[in-house]
Design a protein around this ligand. Structure first.
Ligand code: G6P
Length: 615
């Protein structure tokens, strides 16, 4: 949700900023801008649309210099126009600022500033920050790093809301100032140069040393050093961390899209989610990051799983798995609802928040609210340096590597793998026997190979996708743990191809949904050979009786599906608790190839952002 990149050093800033913005484009891509400071003053360039448009504007009107800030926007306040694109300037025109987050009291602040003669040029909430900091700086009169930092501090004390910001002032040409509250900001440490960014992927091509800023911290960067202080005014302690991945990990490689690359990474990412977590000796899963003894886990009587979007769908699968394997009651809550609900939670409730990015504002708020109520709250995150990973009381990392495609794919199957491990662990300390535990482990060990086999279906799935790509409406159906997979498959299709799609438990068909069935409305059934297979089969018959086209995802060796369905995709045989992972993959490919057939921008679907760091 908006991406920030800043640079101070000796190199030309523009190529570094543009490259960083391209790597952050997943955070928003409706407009972009840069501001460069050089001997002649500030040069600001903006463009509506993608980074490529901004690059074009700069090539026509170059801006040289070794200090700059830049931004890729996902609009919250104000339409997508060049005026609303960041950076924004203050009254003097000598201070520029980029911002990620939402300033909730911007209207009040704006009115106060207008009364003092400030003129605003955009409808954004951000512009008030530029004016506030600029006015504080002008009042001080001093033109030093300390004065700029103090002005940022003074302005931020008046602000209600969230921010990650980068600020430069023409009067202090050797300094770049950043601050954060609620929106991520990292500092990249180089030799004779420093970087500021929303995410390390923007700077990993230049340095693998990073400092993850905390909320209420302000950083002042120079080419040769930096200081971090708190909003209250004291020095802040920090740690320089080694970034685990390389620039190569955030490239598309041989693939046409990040989404396709990430779908293909799943044999490895599932393996990485399992790595070191299966103990044949104890016939259970080992999740050391939970930081809980078996005795403590035994005390847990109820589990709440929370997240947003795709992460919520893995919570739903988790509910089925944990209730089935561990017989523990589980409740799934959208994080956006949990944060404002007063959910009755008994003392023995354990809360998990699930988030690929670890930065989703609603999920972070759900984590904090459940901690405020005294519950141990664990995080299931991919981004190890994220706010949720740092603030949770423990958790499980996905280890899926950077996910760039806006539509989540590999992170979802990693989350499902972790849900299975959790169900095994919780089940083993209750009623799963040693022998049953070993059997589950044996199946989990084979899972990465099964995932690789499912990927061999790619050309078959692509052909089916092409056949149905021009349908206007799709229904996805499944039962039990495959019902959330129907929801996730529908979400993937909506996100990247803009086709109306909805997911239902198969049996709900007859309660209204069936009215939608026509020859033009394809239904996708997830119907592996499980305890409810026959039930799914009769739901398929109900659709066929009304001439609806049916695509069925079944189990290898099955012959009955092909007698009723128009198209069949067969996944390898596996126990019921693993079919959600295996059934997901062809449906990711199905959505992908439909979007490609329709010429959609797969990695950057309209209106979406990968990491929603505003409420
Ligand atoms: C956004 C993304 C979704 C994602 C959701 C939760 O809406 O577009 O793809 O599932 O956020 O993201 P998280 O990083 O918390 O898993």
């Amino acid at each position: 949700m908006c991406g920030i990149v800043g640079y101070i050093g000796r190199a030309e800033a523009v190529p570094i900023l543009l490259d960083g913005l391209r790597r952050l484009e997943y955070r928003g891509y409706d407009s972009a801008g840069v501001a460069i400071l050089n001997g002649e003053g500030l040069a600001v360039r903006k463009a509506v649309g993608r980074i490529a448009n901004l690059a074009q504007v700069i090539s026509e009107n170059p801006a040289g210099g070794s200090l700059g800030i830049s931004h890729t926007r996902w609009a919250t306040h104000g339409a997508v126009t060049s005026e609303n694109a960041h950076p924004h300037t203050d009254k003097s025109g000598r201070l520029v600022l980029v911002h990620n987050g939402v300033i909730e009291n911007h209207q009040t602040l704006r009115t106060g500033l207008e009364e003092k003669g400030h003129i605003f040029h955009s409808q954004t909430d951000t512009e008030v920050l530029a004016h506030l900091i600029g006015a504080a700086f002008d009042r001080r009169g001093e033109k030093t790093q300390a004065a700029l930092v103090e002005s940022v501090r003074e302005a931020l004390r008046q602000v209600i809301g969230t921010y990650g910001i980068a600020v430069i002032h023409a009067a202090v040409p050797g300094v770049l100032v950043g601050a954060r509250r609620g929106s991520p900001l990292i500092l990249g440490v180089g030799k004779g140069e420093h970087f500021l960014a929303s995410d390390v992927s923007a700077v990993v091509a230049h340095t693998r040393e990073a400092v993850y800023l905390n909320d209420y911290e302000i950083v002042a960067l120079r080419a040769d050093g930096f200081e971090i202080s708190t909003l209250a005014g004291s020095d802040a302690s920090f740690e320089v961390s080694k970034v685990e991945f390389t620039a190569g990990d955030v490239d598309k490689g041989q693939y046409a899209h990040y989404m396709l690359k990430e779908i293909h990474e799943q044999p490895d990412t599932v393996r990485d989610a399992l790595r070191g977590r299966l103990s044949a000796e104890e016939a259970t899963a080992k999740l050391g990051g939970l930081d809980m003894t078996n005795a403590e886990l035994r005390e847990v009587e109820r589990i709440v799983l929370s997240g947003c979007g795709t992460a919520f769908h893995s919570a739903m699968v988790g509910e089925y798995l944990i209730e089935t394997l561990a017989h523990l009651p589980v409740e799934c809550e959208f994080a956006s609802e949990l944060r404002y609900r007063n959910l009755p939670m008994t003392r023995d409730t354990l809360v998990f928040v699930i988030s690929q990015s670890g930065e989703t504002a609603d999920t972070l708020a759900a984590l904090r609210e459940s901690q405020r109520k005294g519950h141990r709250t664990l995080g299931i995150c991919n981004n190890v340096a994220s706010t949720i990973a740092r603030e949770s009381d423990g958790g499980v990392y996905m280890h899926a590597g950077p996910e760039i495609g806006v539509a989540a794919t590999k992170s979802f199957t990693s989350q499902l793998t972790i849900m299975t491990l959790l169900a095994l662990l919780l089940g083993r300390i209750r009623h799963i026997s040693y022998a049953e535990g070993l059997e589950i482990i044996a199946h989990l060990e084979k899972l990465p190979d099964l995932v690789a086999r499912v990927l061999e279906l790619e050309s078959h799935v692509a052909a089916i996708a092409k056949k149905y790509a021009h349908s206007k409406n799709f229904l996805f159906m499944g039962r039990q743990a495959n019902y959330p997979i129907a929801l996730e498959a529908a979400l993937k299709l909506k996100e990247i191809s803009y086709i109306a799609a909805s997911g239902y438990p198969s049996a709900e068909l007859k309660h209204g949904v069936i009215a939608l069935i026509t020859e033009e409305t394809p239904s996708v059934f997830i119907a592996p050979r499980d305890a409810v297979f026959e039930k799914n089969l009769s739901n398929i018959e109900e659709v066929k009786a009304r001439k609806g086209p049916v695509i069925a995802v079944g189990t290898e060796g099955d012959t009955s599906l092909s007698r009723v369905a128009d198209d069949v995709i067969l996944i390898p045989q596996a126990p019921d608790y693993l079919t959600p992972i295996l059934a997901t993959i062809p449906l990711q490919l199905f959505a992908y190839y439909i979007a490609v057939e329709l010429g959609c921008d797969v990695d950057k679907p309209r209106n979406l952002a990968k990491s929603v760091t505003v409420e």
